[in-house]
Design a protein around this ligand. Structure first.
Ligand code: SF4
Ligand code: SF4
Length: 56
């Protein structure tokens, strides 16, 4: 299990510093989560203004 950032992402960057495993990075047009590093904690979803990170 990992979270995935959907197309609602507005690239605000708020989630990046909240991730305890540094799984989040800026991608092409939106931020992205490395599924191999994500521990499914949900911290990114908690700070996202548009609910873009969703559990898979
Ligand atoms: Fe990082 Fe947690 Fe979000 Fe996974 S769910 S990307 S570990 S903040
Ligand atoms: Fe995108 Fe939400 Fe992360 Fe901002 S907090 S970069 S909108 S996923």
């Amino acid at each position: 299990m990992a979270y995935k950032i959907n197309d609602e992402c507005i690239s605000c960057g708020a989630c990046e510093s909240e991730c305890p495993t540094n799984a989040i990075s800026a991608g092409d047009g939106k931020y992205q989560i490395d599924a191999d590093v994500c521990i499914d904690c949900g911290a990114c979803a908690g700070v996202c203004p548009v609910d873009a990170p969703q559990p898979e």
